[in-house]
Design a protein around this ligand. Structure first.
Ligand SMILES: Cc1cc2nc3c(=O)[nH]c(=O)nc-3n(C[C@H](O)[C@H](O)[C@H](O)COP(=O)(O)OP(=O)(O)OC[C@H]3O[C@@H](n4cnc5c(N)ncnc54)[C@H](O)[C@@H]3O)c2cc1C
Length: 544
């Protein structure tokens, strides 16, 4: 007999979105929070810049709205943008009350005020931060607060396999009733039964060879929601950060844009500058233009990386402005004060995801989606810096209120079918999984990366379909493991990205294709919406 857990709320993910939701729900609600690895591991922990909100009297709600809409190039939902921005100050105050150690202004006179930075796309200083490691401070405070609550159980090393619903796809009354979850410690799939389930499982940037994201970003929530019958939107909009350190041991270390902001120059490996050829603003051009220029030079010459040089600045300047980056580079053998460092662009943020309303509700009753897994309509075709943590906080709070209001009327689902392992054995060919991981991430980088063409997308679709077939066979025959589950989700998400990119016959925001290099302004810009096929089955153990 296997374990069957039972909770009011099941939250899949322990980043800013999942933990905020857990803490915002009423204290008499029984909540399970899952983390597929250690509780702190996820994008939130690595955020450097901060959280945007209107916190300065010189700033205004209207200005933050305008900046967000401009970044999103015609695809932001104005109602969602207003909702998010208006709730920003309260969301930040909640974190201040929780004790997040945000940086304060210098000097005795200003010590009571928080220091705000200004980032690309923002007309004002509105980014509250904790030095250059905001995510670490945020995640640590949230985890401490969750651990202090006796109504929240934290399950580390537990990876959700699939959602469980009580009816076939397309059935309007169908509810989400929980999830199958692999306990990685014992290698057993358990049932989590819940009145409400929330996907807060982060983005999907790990689908690309180079990424600034940690290993957790494998799009699990997006893939699970799709398999359960939710629509998926705007998956073609992947944000690429121009500069990640190129080093085998630092597979996802971000070199902040502030390095270019403070005079860092981009050079080819032979020492020649190149940005001026692409944009008169050179290194200070917007993120997507810089990423595209680097990609162009790397592909044209066959380089593995380009260089970023700030060695003309004094060492104490570099140490003061970039303490974390400077230290990490030194550990890896690069002294930024003496030499240029090797960098590559890297997949950074997933703008698309599972469409939700203002309360985080998805297409399936009792299933909520918050954070980077969701597509709320805030970012449109491009995310403005520091708006993503804001989105996590605001939507987690609204989802919490909505769930709290519905708890009394929502009954606990009945006992659910156990996971069926009677037809599977242990794999004796793990090499297939690791090989397919590498293949997928490389062709997504080469064919569906920063610059796309119809031909490259067709090639990628062909390959992804072959991989899907292979992985499905493997999944059907062998006992599930963490790597296999992540690969299955990544391949699913890759297919959704390729199909979405194929449908957009224009270049807009983060989607750039040589076949349609301009935005199509002849009609109103619209979201890309993929709709899953209807099935006649429930998503239960029978599907595994
Ligand atoms: C290097 C870097 C810098 C950034 N800087 C900023 C910034 O300055 N400002 C800003 O606004 N944004 C920034 N971002 C983006 C921002 O950090 C993320 O969008 C945000 O943290 C996402 O939070 P989340 O809670 O949705 O997901 P995450 O924080 O990624 O958490 C995902 C959680 O889901 C869990 N999980 C995933 N799949 C499963 C599964 N199948 N089963 C169980 N658990 C699962 C993981 O274990 C993890 O706990 C940055 C991102 C990166 C990578």
């Amino acid at each position: 007999m296997h374990l069957q857990h039972q909770y009011d709320g099941l939250i899949i993910g322990s980043g800013a979105a999942g933990l905020t939701l857990a803490l915002r729900l009423p204290r008499d609600t029984r909540i399970a929070v899952l983390a597929k690895g250690p509780v702190k591991e996820g994008n939130t922990y690595y955020a450097q810049g901060g959280i945007s909100a209107v916190l300065d009297h010189k700033d205004s709600i209207e200005s933050h709205i305008t900046d967000t809409m401009n970044a999103g190039v015609g695809l932001c939902d104005p109602q969602v943008v207003r909702f998010t921005v208006e709730h920003g100050p309260e969301a930040v105050q909640w974190l201040v009350d929780l004790g997040v150690p945000f940086t304060r202004r210098d000097g005795e006179k200003h010590q009571a005020e928080f220091h705000l930075t200004r980032e690309g796309g923002h007309q004002h200083r509105r980014v509250i931060h904790a030095a250059d490691s905001t995510g670490k401070a945020l995640q640590t405070s949230l985890v401490d607060a969750v651990r202090a609550r006796d109504n929240i159980d934290l399950f580390e090393q537990h990876i959700a396999v699939d959602l469980i619903t009580d009816g076939p796809h397309g059935d309007p009354g169908r509810r989400c009733v929980g999830a199958y979850v692999l306990d990685r410690g014992v290698g057993r799939v358990e049932v989590f039964r819940a009145r409400f389930t929330t996907l807060a499982s982060g983005g999907a940037s790990k689908v690309y060879l180079y990424t600034s994201n940690p290993d957790t970003s494998t799009g699990d929530g997006i893939a699970m929601a799709w398999r359960a019958g939710c629509r998926v939107a705007n998956m073609e909009f992947n944000q690429f950060h121009p500069t990640c350190l190129y080093h085998p041991q630092a597979k996802s270390f971000l070199i902040s844009e502030a390095v270019r902001g403070e005079g860092g120059k981009l050079l080819l490996p032979d020492g020649k500058p190149f940005m001026q050829r692409f944009d008169p603003r050179a290194e200070l051009a917007p993120r997507d233009i810089v990423a595209r220029a680097i990609d162009h030079e790397m592909k044209r010459h066959g380089y593995d990386h380009v260089l970023l040089d700030i060695s003309h600045k004094p060492v104490d300047f570099i140490e003061k402005h970039f303490p974390t980056i400077y230290r990490r580079c030194l550990e890896l053998g690069f002294d930024m004060a003496e030499q240029a460092i090797p960098v590559v662009p890297a997949a950074h943020y997933t703008c698309g995801g599972v469409p939700t309303d203002l309360n985080g509700r998805s297409d399936i009753d009792n299933l909520y989606v918050v954070g980077e897994s969701a597509c709320t309509g805030l970012h449109g075709a491009n995310r403005m810096a520091s708006n993503s943590l804001l989105e996590c906080l605001v939507f987690a709070a609204s989802a919490a209120s909505d769930i709290a209001a519905r708890l009394a009327e929502t009954s606990m689902p009945p006992e659910l079918p156990e996971w069926d392992e009677s037809q599977v054995t242990d794999s004796d060919e793990e090499v297939v999984v690791s090989h397919n991981w590498d293949e997928l991430r490389r062709f997504m980088w080469d064919y569906v990366g920063i610059v796309r063409t119809n031909k490259r997308l067709e090639r990628a679709l062909h390959r992804v379909q072959m991989l899907q077939q292979e992985i499905q066979d493997y999944y059907g025959n062998f006992r599930v493991t963490n790597d296999l589950l992540e690969l299955r989700n990544l391949v699913q998400v890759a297919e959704l990205i390729i199909r979405s990119a194929h449908l957009r016959k224009e270049s807009r925001g983060l989607h750039y294709t040589l076949d349609y290099p301009q935005a199509d302004d002849s009609k109103t810009a619209s979201n890309t919406m993929l709709i899953p096929k209807k099935t006649t089955r429930n998503t239960t153990a029978a599907d595994t």
